[in-house]
Design a protein around this ligand. Structure first.
Ligand code: HEC
Ligand code: HEC
Length: 370
């Protein structure tokens, strides 16, 4: 009798353990099938017609910091994308061409912009790499023309686009130090717009951060993230943040309607793609790039998180039924305090300060670097 009971209990306990083991295992498998976030590649891809060379990086960096590219000789790419501010500028909207003029949108970081459009497995076509909050440019080279010819950013209003390109090419070619740098990079000393954008894009390809604690964890260093950050990664996934913030960049490069607050300083509403949809931004290096959203309307991560906890439109033209279902259905509510904190801890694991923060001592135009 005793033996049978003992046997019974042992069998019972063993089967219980087995069932537990199975269900745990299933949980692990479920979790893995949902993991659609991954580490960044450690090198950036380049288009066939613009391979990365040391000479082009050197030239591109000078051009990036040189206000000579703007019509008033006051604004460089670095004015709005400063290494001191994570290659953004810390403002809600950037200071534009003239006093008091502000850009419509927040300057995003250009750290890892070379990876825009990358898929989960790390595949990326450099000629199909969407840039801007509405994906309107398709490569770094193409993007670069945007600010150069924008009357509110670098061109001003005096010259037409065609005339400004011609003016710029001549102005840069006239500077001897640039002729040397262009010759080294392109075996030709003339500064054409094509070469200017190719050199700047090449410099941008060096601005990558593939070694955040999250990247190191995903490559197998299980101590790279803290317990809280690992919990936060699970919470990020079970909440459904990864339904949009996916892949190595934490973006699916699609546009969604979230009903983000409009900027009170704008005369007309910024409609994004026309329906108030904006591109899913990267979540890498957020610690250096506040404020957030396409117009800088949320000043801190905590504020962004309470927006996600409420899941309500803050825009008068966007009603509840317009909101993206992936946003409305997030498994997060205003009472989820610890889950929210864990997610924030995880977002911190996406920071990596090991990028080139150096600013050239001088630029060939002799203008002062701001
Ligand atoms: C006056 C401020 C300003 C200047 C100058 C400026 N930018 Fe920008 N940049 C912005 C803003 C604002 C956006 C976002 C605009 C949008 O999405 O519609 C942006 C977007 C970008 C993006 C897209 C990033 C992404 O993830 O989509 C890149 C790359 C970029 N800029 C590079 C440059 C380069 C290169 C220069 C110099 C040739 C430059 N910028 C000059 C403000 C500026
Ligand atoms: C429906 C797709 C979607 C889901 C789900 C989603 N996001 Fe977003 N996220 C976006 C879009 C789109 C923006 C940009 C909105 C804008 O600028 O108007 C954004 C912006 C952000 C920003 C600001 C980034 C910056 O640099 O400005 C953070 C932080 C963020 N999301 C975190 C999260 C977290 C955490 C979750 C889960 C709780 C989440 N998101 C869920 C699409 C989504």
């Amino acid at each position: 009798m005793m033996i049978t009971l003992e046997k019974f209990i042992t069998t019972f306990l063993l089967s219980l353990l087995f069932v537990l083991f199975l269900s745990c295992n299933r949980a692990v498998i479920d979790m893995q099938s949902q993991i659609n976030i991954s580490a960044l590649p450690e090198v950036a891809p380049a288009p066939k017609d613009n391979p990365i060379t040391k000479e082009k990086i050197e030239l591109g960096k000078k051009l990036f910091f040189d206000p000579i590219l703007s019509a008033n000789n006051k604004i460089s790419c670095a004015t709005c994308h400063s290494p001191k501010k994570g290659f953004a500028d810390g403002l809600d909207r950037s200071n534009g061409f003239s006093n008091g003029l502000k850009t419509k949108r927040n300057a995003p970081t250009i750290l890892n912009a070379v990876f825009n459009g990358i898929d989960l497995a790390g595949n990326l076509d450099p000629g199909n790499s969407p840039q801007f909050y509405d994906n309107r440019a398709l490569s770094l080279e193409q993007q670069c023309i945007g600010p150069l010819l924008n009357p509110e950013e670098m061109k001003g209003t005096e010259l037409s686009k065609e005339n400004y390109i011609e003016f710029l090419e001549q102005e840069v070619t006239q500077i001897k130090a640039y002729r040397t740098l262009f010759y080294r990079a392109f075996s030709d000393s003339t500064a054409t717009i094509d070469r200017i954008t190719k050199a700047i894009a090449t410099y941008e390809r060096t601005l990558i951060t593939p070694n955040s604690p999250f990247d190191r964890y995903m490559r197998g260093d299980l101590n790279a993230m803290t317990e809280k950050q690992i919990k936060g990664m699970r919470a990020f996934i079970t909440t459904g943040c990864n339904n949009c913030h996916s892949g190595p960049m934490f973006s699916d490069y699609k546009l969604y309607v979230l009903g983000v607050e409009d900027h009170p300083g704008l005369q007309n509403y910024d409609k994004g793609d026309g329906r108030y949809a904006f591109r899913t931004p990267t979540l890498r290096n957020l610690s250096y790039t506040a404020p957030y959203m396409h117009n800088g309307s949320e000043s801190s991560i905590e504020k962004v998180m309470s927006f996600y906890q409420r899941k309500r439109s803050k825009h008068p033209e966007v009603s509840k039924k317009d909101l993206a279902p992936e946003f409305r259905d997030l498994k997060l509510n205003p009472f989820d305090r610890s889950k929210t904190k864990e997610i924030i801890a995880f977002l911190e694991a996406l920071n990596d300060p090991n990028f080139d923060q150096s600013i050239p001592v001088s630029v060939p135009s002799g203008l002062s670097i701001n």
